[in-house]
Design a protein around this ligand. Sequence first.
Ligand code: CMP
Ligand code: CA
Ligand code: CA
Length: 396
Amino acid sequence: MMIDRQSRLFRANEVIFREGDVGDCAYLIEKGSVLIFLNKDGAEYPLKVLGKGEVFGEMSLIDNSLRSASCRTLDQTQLIVVTREQLLDRIQTADPVVRLLMRALLSRLRFQNDNIRGKSIANENLAHEEDKKAALNQIEQENRIANALQNREFIPWYQPIYDLGSRRIVGCEALMRWISADGIAAAPSTFIDIMENSSLIVDAGHAMLDQCMAHLTKIHKIVPADFFVSINISGRQFAQPNFLEELEKLRSAYQLPAHQIKLEVTERVMMEGPQALGVLQNCRSLGYHLAIDDFGTGFSSLQYLASMPLHDLKIDRSFVSKMHEQEKSLSIVRSLIHMAQLLGMNIIAEGIETNEQWKSLQSLGVTMGQGYLFSKPIAFVEFEKLLSTAKLVKAS
Ligand code: CMP
Ligand code: CA
Ligand code: CA
């Protein structure tokens, strides 16, 4: 059925729909008011009067059942039609836990209406087993992560970053690992999304900063003065109003120079709002180094790139790994390098796995890189060993 997308004007006392009808759309009240009611023993049983700005007729769309109540206008009323697609699009992309909650509330409302009526008119609510499973799974995983966080099971491993010319270690990137009680290390891909979609990332991010700084103080004497630890900061963590304050608290507790701490951010920090730029600028003026991570892999805006006060641009492994297989990847790498140079940024290539990639990147003007060719991410004790034995590192 085609639904008129315009808003529709009703006279007073017009029935919009009756309980038991098939629901085809929901309505937003632009002007006027409506009465939601049930038929009980042949009489009207009022449930609610709704006015401007309120929505109704959504239940039968959401739970794919029949209208749970009747509706008529009380006075002249202007209604905006909300189509099934408009509504369901939103619901499908919502968090499964929110979906489950919504269905629970709807089934309670239907149950109440049925009780008043003394009989059930709705088709038995379709069991949304998929939703239930997804919601349960998500809650379970979040709880497991929250417990693990309490037990300090998330720890930084380090992947050395090299000067591509001298093959000297110039810094490292801290990568979160989940070391469970059995000693097995889980890679970020198994938990980072769940963390980032909840506020868990804020505490996890803080714990990472704390541990990285503790580690940096331990190796401080054996590394050159410009050695850096690069730490990934997620958008949500960065958007915390006290992010910088907390960062500075840690740094002064560990008495570390800011320039040895590099904050890796993605463009998503810019999407958290205009104050993000101010925070970046404050970080920079306090001496922290800033790198843009994953540039070119998602939503990449040159506008943002130009406005952010960055030191480094990191070329994602996805471009590096394909640069000798796909002409396009090579072109992207070339233009990223060119652009970074024009903007006065250093370039760090990720995911270098072959000598060929190393040499090409170097000849294209990339100064620093990391990847399996040089070293995998390793636990701190191993990293410490690597630093003390590597003739590549000159203490200055
Ligand atoms: P739907 O079931 O599509 O059609 C009837 C609408 O009335 C329903 O969506 C809700 O928007 C609204 N409705 C149903 N029951 C109640 C209630 N108990 N109180 C308020 N509004 C209700
Ligand atoms: Ca990173
Ligand atoms: Ca990256």
